[in-house]
Design a protein around this ligand. Structure first.
Ligand code: ATP
Length: 384
């Protein structure tokens, strides 16, 4: 096993814009690290530089204490699991797992011992004589991991391994990968664009945008304390609402009424013409369902409900709002820097399934003002 240390890693393809731009990231021995971000953010490129499939333009890549920039992939002792698992269809499960040992000319007896050991760990011993075509997606994934285990690789690298599977199998496989990784304790780097995978699998998650790290933190910290607008909007489903507001003397004037910040947060925010107030859908509730004791810990407002969606355990309500003319003008000015999510003019709120709020009607809502975030719309920074 090994720690992976990246320092000021840059990757340029040709003379273009850097696909990976000054990334410094330390992955601890045995840690499960997720690289997540939208298409084109550079996560696959970063993974391929770790494994040695892509040259590093500048910076240092250190694995297990050794600088590997100039080492060939086969000399890095890492194991990459691809989307299609790269199994040999004509070989049995046994021979697929044994493959790296055969290449290394390991004696038969040792091959047998190692394959059986890893098949036991992966619960594949009953399937050793089958061909990959006769296995489920989950079993194929385990064979691919078995191949990595027999080699005693220092780290597992996964590039979107579940993106070809249907939603149900994806859920099962996610749980299986998490369980195996914990059991084996092997350093793992896992690339995905799926925030659910990122939030459920990783010890820590590295969020990338345009080749630049936005935040590296535990899933919980990303959710509760996003560093900026991008992370706040990317993590969480449905996404966080960003309400335009002005800030003055600790008071935020939002389309859903005014909010008083506590002293610490008021001093961090200061006075500003325009901020974006981040409120997650799940921080809202139908005001008539909120405990008396909680009501004054939040803000109440009345709004017209456009659409509701009933989900069984909760329901979503869509509430259109209007920005003040000053905020609207400023947002228009900043439109280049903001993306669509931050320019929405309706809030999505998640309320209890027992709520009698109906679409087309006015209703009173409540939201927990202790958990809001305040962002600078220009830099995107979380000010609170
Ligand atoms: P996706 O989820 O779509 O795979 P990604 O986050 O993994 O995206 P990369 O594949 O790492 O992103 O690509 C990062 C950037 O580098 C993109 O702008 C992409 O077009 C560019 N890029 C990737 N590979 C090459 C290449 N071989 N030659 C030139 N540009 C490339």
């Amino acid at each position: 096993m090994a720690a992976i240390e990246m320092s000021h890693i840059v990757k340029r393809y040709g003379d273009g814009f850097p696909a990976v731009n000054d990334v410094s990231l330390d992955i601890a021995d045995g840690e499960f690290m997720i690289l997540v971000g939208p298409s084109g953010c550079g996560k696959s490129t970063l993974l391929r530089m770790i494994v040695g499939l892509e040259d590093i333009t500048s910076g240092d890549m250190v694995i297990g204490g050794t600088r590997v920039n100039d080492k060939a992939p086969r000399d890095r002792n890492l194991s990459m699991v691809f989307q299609n698992y790269a199994l040999y269809p004509h070989l049995s499960v046994y021979e697929n797992i044994a493959f790296p040992l055969r290449l290394a000319k390991v004696p038969d007896e040792e091959v047998r011992r190692k394959v059986e050991e890893s098949a036991n760990i992966l619960e594949l011993h009953e399937h050793l004589q089958r061909k990959p075509a006769n296995l489920s997606g989950g079993q194929r994934q385990r064979v691919a991991m078995g191949r990595a285990i027999v080699r005693q690789a220092d780290a597992f690298l996964f590039d979107e391994p579940l993106s070809n599977l249907d939603a149900k199998l994806r859920g099962q496989m996610r749980a299986e990968i998490a369980r195996l990784q914990r059991r084996l304790g092997i350093t793992t780097v896992y690339v995905t664009h799926d925030q659910t995978e990122a939030m459920t699998l990783g010890d820590r998650v590295c969020v990338l945008k345009k080749g630049i790290i936005q935040q590296v933190a535990s899933p919980r910290e990303l959710y509760e304390q996003p560093a900026n607008l991008f992370v706040a909007g990317f993590i969480g489903s449905p996404p966080m609402n960003f309400l335009p507001a002005s800030a003055s003397g600790g008071k935020l004037d939002t389309p859903f009424g005014s909010i008083q910040l506590d002293e610490t947060r008021a001093s961090k925010v200061g006075d500003r013409d325009l901020v974006l107030v981040g409120v997650r859908p799940e921080m809202f509730e139908d005001a008539s369902l909120v405990d008396e004791a909680l009501l004054d810990k939040g803000a109440r407002f009345t709004a017209q409900v456009d659409v509701t969606e009933w989900l069984g355990d909760s329901q979503y309500a869509y509430i259109p709002y209007e920005s003040s003319p000053e905020a609207a003008a400023k947002l228009k000015e900043l439109a280049q820097e903001l993306d669509g999510d931050q320019l929405r003019t309706q809030a999505i709120v998640s309320i209890d399934s027992t709520s009698r709020i109906r679409e087309g009607n006015e209703a009173e809502f409540w939201f927990d003002t202790r958990k809001i975030h305040v962002f600078d719309p220009q830099s995107g920074e979380n000010l609170t």
